[in-house]
Ligand binder design. Sequence first.
Ligand code: NDP
Length: 287
Amino acid sequence: MSATIIDGKAVARDIQLQLAEDVRSLARDRGVVPGLAVILVGDDPASRVYVNNKRRMCEKLGMYSEEHLLPAATPREEITNLIKRLNADDRIHGILVQLPLPDRLDERAVLEAVDPSKDVDGFHPVNMGRLVMGSPVFVPCTPAGIMELIRRTGIDLAGKRATVVGRSNIVGKPVSLLLLAQHATVTICHSRTVDLVGVCREADILVVAAGRARLIGRDHVKPGAVVIDVGINREPSGLVGDVDFDEVREVAGYLTPVPGGVGPMTIAMLMKNTILAARRFAYCEHP
Ligand code: NDP
């Protein structure tokens, strides 16, 4: 058996077509053009690439975007003052602070300065809290993208066993909550988990977000399982995931590639959240 490869690029393109239509109708019906402001502190080359991709995607969908590129040494007050200005700017519906921030900055304090109604990354405690309570507004983008890829397999999650490897606030925890909301029985693994192979092997749905190249091999995977590889690991040969693709494709029922799986979905979901924020602004549905 060989797994069906889930083409994240194709799914993301499909979503973009719908989003471009949503942008047009919002402009037509309410005269509102969704606007995204991206703040990048420092000059991390990978972050720079992500910020450029976001700008290009905004242009492609007919959205307004602004980039704020700040030197690595920028004091925290200057960053939070910029965020306050953007919070009050009606052209901007979504504010994204590109992570990671330089070590000296208190990431939490910076993220908490973003108005929750413009927090299109979904990392503000208000939006995280809503997710925990089962009534999310802005779902973090990578977890939202993962759920969309799983949805498109057509598999009903109710009663299925789902295992998530990784417990970060960005991926592991929120995706676990989303799987739970779909009535899966969820197990979360991390670096202290005993018998990772055994726990993973019970999963009908296995989501891996550990940041360890090829952590998951054939033995971790139940035959026929859906395996979502979130990992992005840079190796001299190029990008590799947390899943050993060649081994696991022989066992899994569905598998996402790296690159071309979860990655393209993340940016599509960011655009979707920004359009949602603009729609809530246009129709006065602020929290
Ligand atoms: P973090 O480093 O914040 O978290 C990694 C998690 O994996 C931790 O909970 C850690 O456990 C766990 N872990 C590490 N090693 C092991 C192990 N050997 N066995 C079991 N668990 C382990 O990473 P992120 O969640 O931010 O990202 C994870 C990966 O996903 C990275 O490769 C990142 O680049 C990628 N990513 C991809 C995105 C995309 O758009 N495709 C978006 C975001 C991230 P513990 O808590 O105990 O330390």
